[in-house]
Design a protein around this ligand. Structure first.
Ligand SMILES: [Zn+2]
Ligand SMILES: [Zn+2]
Length: 143
């Protein structure tokens, strides 16, 4: 990530019942245009900051777990419904935190678009980032 990224990142869900902090910078910040991320977050596109799993501490816990598709575990605040995390069997030892619940989101510029083939046709994000038509798992595992 860029030098503007703060050393310590913090965040909380909409209602504040769940808070977290990260001791390291994210390894990636990824847009995801897939149908699953759209539905689970309710947004036109999702963006997640990907951390080493052991770099993030949640208080009191990472939220209610939901698995709709095998291999993808997402968590939400049971009180307010905020999307919090995604963990994927194909991205071992990583945790992806929804960018909108991170306090320093403005400093976390994305570096890749995932599943760009599923992007809503009217959504135009004007950047020069790499666009993976499908899963970016090979790149996201390459650290
Ligand atoms: Zn909440
Ligand atoms: Zn996705």
């Amino acid at each position: 990530m860029g030098t503007s990224c703060p050393e310590k990142l913090t965040g909380h869900c909409y209602c504040g019942a769940i808070t977290f902090s990260a001791s390291e910078k994210p390894e990636d910040v990824a847009y995801c245009h897939c149908d699953s991320c759209r539905r689970s977050t309710g947004g036109a596109v999702a963006a997640f900051a990907g951390f080493k799993e052991n770099a993030v501490t949640f208080t009191p816990h990472r939220g209610q777990e939901v698995t709709v598709k095998p291999g993808a575990k997402r968590t939400f605040c049971a009180d307010c419904g905020s999307s919090l995390t995604g963990s994927y069997d194909y991205l071992p030892d990583q945790i992806y935190i929804a960018i909108g619940v991170i306090d320093q989101a403005d400093a976390l510029t994305p570096n890749i678009h995932c599943h760009d083939a599923e992007r809503l046709s009217w959504l135009h994000i004007d950047d020069e980032l790499e666009r993976m038509p499908e899963s970016a798992r090979a790149k996201l595992n390459d650290h």
